[in-house]
Write a protein that binds this ligand. Sequence first.
Ligand SMILES: [Zn+2]
Length: 113
Amino acid sequence: MSNLPKCPKCNSEYTYEDGGMYICPECAHEWSADAPAENVEEKRVVKDAFGTVLNDGDSVTVIKDLKIKGSSSVVKGGTKVKNIRLVEGDHDIDCKIDGIGAMSLKSEFVKKA
Ligand SMILES: [Zn+2]
């Protein structure tokens, strides 16, 4: 039984396993045996210009004029964008803007609506 973890609370070595839980007899702390912290899936967090966390499906407002690559169009500051989709990369928001179409934005140039 040498592979039992020490109690994360009081560091006792006298822990035991019971029904998928580890139990410490010294401080009565119980914790799950099958949820080690390093296996917790790391969720990427995308934040707007003001540090508000953005989620898929959110509506945002563009906070400054943004020139669109490869076109003469500009997304004006104040433009509302509905139903954003978070993606990997430098431009971390996929969206569709009325009158312009599908495009990518950087989260640092939007504000959650
Ligand atoms: Zn303990």
